[in-house]
Write a protein that binds this ligand. Structure first.
Ligand code: PHE
Length: 442
């Protein structure tokens, strides 16, 4: 069966692409990046990039997928008759491959935390959640490799068995539940002593905190959360039916992502200040702070466990889209090859992710370029491959595709948004991406 007819209704498409977008990026990466690059200033830059760069790019990727209706290492040549342009698809494929590698590290941490908290509850252990020692857990190479292996295995099984549809249906209530939990954490966090300091930190943009590096990482963050430049969203749009609403889907995905990122910030920063952590803790931030917040609630362990399960769910709906892209490119949408391709891609991802996992333990001393091996993998994807992929697609859409055909797929309503969008993609966005891209190497 050809995957190209996967979704009969636009709801399936919206749920899957929202599932791909909302994940670790908004909940785990946003707070720690904001903590390093100036809190409110980072939030402001992230909002500007997400609305003025991310949203038009997401609409662009949906349009390309809808027009091309095939896998992304072929879609560029199909649309332009230029074979070499498929390199943009391969760039995206490489990006998701490396991305899956370091994404699974954090997925593994969630799984380890789930087991820890569940064990604590089952043994009626009265110790506090706050005593779960991040350093001793994440410092164990064996434990973290097992966690990561389990995360990749879960992703692989979902993709192999083709049960993504079930997951998409489940996200109808899992995602709203996640929102509710985030709001509960925000409320608790804001009532902690000294929380106002943290609130100010994340909401008040201070100009002196803006750095070129921060600008670069804020752009990378909006690419990351919206899954842009990897062609992942093009793939999903290529599966969707012809009448899928591109603009409303894109707008709702962007709004949901902003909401989750802001809620994550409001949940974490007041608590950071209250418990005396530094905002610059790095990737472990969320895992260090949240147990302490849940400790302050009645039935905290139980609530924390439910939250972790929802968090894992959100991470899995993103990781399946990472594996799915590899599967669709290497099977060329021939579903009979789905299982072996999913299997071998997962094994390869596990292998390349070993150094990323160990960069929090035995390999933590190895530092170069952007930091540890983990940091470098993230930098390569978020700050190089994703912007390059998006740049390539803007050039194809703006300069090689037929404007009228684009307009037809874009759909023009009474707001007449086609032309502003088209010129943004054709001239403005490539310049923005190129300038920011070059500046990082100066
Ligand atoms: N957007 C996802 C997240 O924020 C990550 C992702 C990137 C997923 C690229 C698919 C493709 O967690």
């Amino acid at each position: 069966m050809d995957k190209q007819s996967q979704w009969k209704t636009s709801t399936g498409f919206i749920l899957a692409s929202a599932g791909s977008a909302i994940g670790l990026g908004a909940m785990w990466k946003f707070p720690y990046m904001a903590g390093i690059y100036g809190g409110g200033a980072f939030l402001l830059m992230f909002l500007i990039f997400t609305i003025f760069v991310g949203l038009p790019l997401l609409i662009m990727e949906f349009t390309v997928g809808k027009m091309g209706q095939t896998y992304t290492t072929k879609i560029y040549s199909k649309l332009t008759q230029k074979k070499w342009l498929n390199i943009i698809g391969w760039n995206g494929n490489l990006a998701v491959f490396v991305l899956f590698g370091f994404y699974s590290v954090i997925g593994g941490w969630i799984i380890i935390y789930i087991f820890n908290v569940a064990a604590q509850i089952l043994s009626f252990n009265q110790t506090k959640l706050g005593e779960i020692q991040f350093e001793s857990i994440i410092g164990s190479p064996v434990l973290t490799l097992i966690g990561q292996g389990v995360f990749i295995l879960l992703t692989m099984l979902i993709v192999m068995l083709g049960v993504e549809k079930g997951l998409e249906k489940a996200s109808k209530f899992m995602i709203p539940l996640l929102f509710i939990f985030l709001i509960i954490i925000v409320v608790k966090s804001l009532t902690l002593d000294g929380s106002i300091e943290g609130l100010k930190y994340i909401l008040q943009p201070r100009l002196e905190d803006v750095s070129m590096e921060g600008v670069l990482f804020a752009l990378g963050q909006s690419f990351f959360t919206l899954s842009l430049g990897t062609t992942g969203m093009i793939t999903y749009a290529s599966y969707a039916s012809k009448d899928m609403p591109i603009k409303t889907s894109a707008v709702s995905i962007v709004l949901m992502n902003i909401l989750v990122s802001v809620l994550a910030g409001l949940a974490i920063f007041p608590a950071i200040k209250s418990f005396g952590y530094k905002p610059t803790e790095g990737p472990g931030l969320l895992f260090k702070v949240l147990p302490k917040v849940f400790d302050q609630m009645a039935f905290g362990s139980g609530f924390y466990l439910i939250f972790l399960i929802l968090f894992l769910f959100a991470a899995l709906t993103s990781s399946i889209s990472l594996l799915e892209l590899n599967v669709s490119n290497f099977t060329k949408n021939d579903n009979t090859k789905r299982k072996p391709v999913a299997f071998w891609a997962s094994i390869l991802v596990f292998i390349i992710s070993i150094p990323a996992t160990l960069s929090f333990s035995s390999l933590s001393g190895i530092k170069f370029g952007a930091g540890t091996i983990f940091d470098n993998m993230d930098f390569l994807v978020s700050n190089i491959l994703m912007p390059l992929g998006a740049l390539g697609t803007t050039l194809v859409v703006g300069h090689l595709l037929n404007k009228n055909e684009l307009k037809e797929h874009f759909g023009n309503n009474r707001f007449k948004l086609f032309l502003p969008w088209y010129y943004l993609v054709k001239f403005v966005l490539p310049i923005v991406i190129i300038v920011i891209f070059i500046v990082q190497f100066i």
